[in-house]
Design a binder for this molecule. Structure first.
Ligand code: SIN
Length: 360
């Protein structure tokens, strides 16, 4: 499997081709077969993606996870709030599970206006030239979610979101999934357990360095490809909060989950500047208010979702669940300590020193 394979729905892919062509200042000649494929694809887009039954405006929100996750539930809550408060005049169409666009193309789709809102994990913003978002991936950086808030609700968070503007994007806010756990077909409680394992990672240099520091080999794969790669043995293990692990049925293909809480997984909600500016100020306010409430809701339920997923996992009995001792966790922390120093140049020295001040 090629790590950087485009994984979006073929119809959405065709739609992207059209959007990309239309966004060019002067249309280059396009091979006839590409136009035909693109037009056929657009015609096949699900009716729901093209128009909401009663809405004057339909906002398309694409994401890559299941509906019963903090992100999935937040997106659905957002839809309900917007549609209720606008009396159905503004519709929200949510595309979960990478059903329209996946990790490799959701940002591009947003920039081209093929969707209006996405909520990628913070690890995925380096794809659009913002490696400073990878600071959230630094292992053992946050002891709890209050520590995360010191960044996301403070000036550093605002500065990160402002960095999206030159990309034609608007960052509307952050929210949590929670802390990541390690899985494989063996317990991963201390550094020696990781040696030689191929571990699926998101497209983050910080997470890749973390896996290397533990003696594993990082393999970058889209989220939607992960379960299959685990099942076929392309990779041996991965990391994610339990809600993602459970809702992707990774418990059917991983015999051991180790509750390491070694890193944070969170998201930023992003929209397209053109779309955002095209809205009437009152609609923009309505949508933003609904979104902020949906994000607060996600932050409230994220822990519970992960706890419930862990309970369900215990009940399923397919996967052994391990908790590292304090000593084992200290060994893991020690092994990955070098990562921050190694990645200063990538994240940016000024971001690291601002981070250190906030975390003091
Ligand atoms: C997500 O929660 O959006 C996906 C995380 C991952 O790619 O591991």
């Amino acid at each position: 499997m090629r790590p950087d394979r485009v994984t979006c729905h073929p119809v959405a892919q065709a739609h992207l081709i059209i959007m990309a062509c239309m966004s060019l200042p002067c249309l280059r000649p396009i091979p006839r077969r590409h136009w035909l494929a693109a037009c056929a694809g657009a015609a096949l887009l699900p009716a729901a993606a093209l128009a909401h039954p009663r809405a004057d405006i339909t906002l398309r929100f694409s994401h890559v996870v299941a509906e019963e996750t903090p992100k999935g539930l937040a997106a659905n809550r957002f839809k309900v709030l917007v549609e209720q408060r606008s009396g159905g005049r503004i519709g929200v169409q949510v595309y979960p599970n990478a059903s329209l666009y996946g990790d490799h193309d959701e940002m591009q789709a947003l920039q081209l206006g093929a969707v209006d809102m996405v909520a990628p994990s913070l690890s995925k913003f380096s794809r659009i030239g913002l490696p400073e978002f990878e600071l959230f991936d630094l292992p053992f950086l946050f002891d709890n979610l209050e520590a995360v808030r010191r960044i996301t609700l403070g000036p550093l968070g605002q500065k990160l979101l402002a960095g999206l503007q030159p990309q034609g994007l608007v960052g509307l806010g952050f929210f949590d999934n929670g802390f990541k756990q390690m899985s494989a077909n063996r317990p991963l409680l201390e550094p020696k357990d990781y040696i030689g394992l191929r571990m699926r990672v998101q497209a983050s240099q910080v997470i890749a360095a973390q896996m290397r520091a533990l003696g594993a080999r990082p393999v970058t794969l889209a989220f939607s490809e992960t379960r299959r790669a685990l099942a076929s043995g392309v990779v041996d293990g991965t990391e994610n909060p339990v809600s993602n692990f459970w809702t992707q049925a990774m418990h059917q293909v991983q015999s051991d989950l180790s509750l390491t809480d070694h890193g944070y997984l969170g998201y930023a909600v992003v929209t397209n500047q053109r779309f955002w500016q095209s809205l009437k100020p009152t609609d923009r306010e309505l949508i933003n208010q609904a979104l902020q409430e949906a994000l607060a809701f996600a932050n409230q339920i994220a822990d519970t979702q992960n706890d419930q997923a862990l309970l369900a996992l215990r009940h399923a009995g397919t996967t052994r669940i391990h908790t590292p001792s304090a000593t084992q966790r200290a060994r893991l922390r020690q092994a990955v300590q070098q990562v921050q120093q190694q990645l200063v140049a990538r994240i940016g020295p000024s971001w690291i020193s601002a981070l250190q001040k906030v975390m003091q």
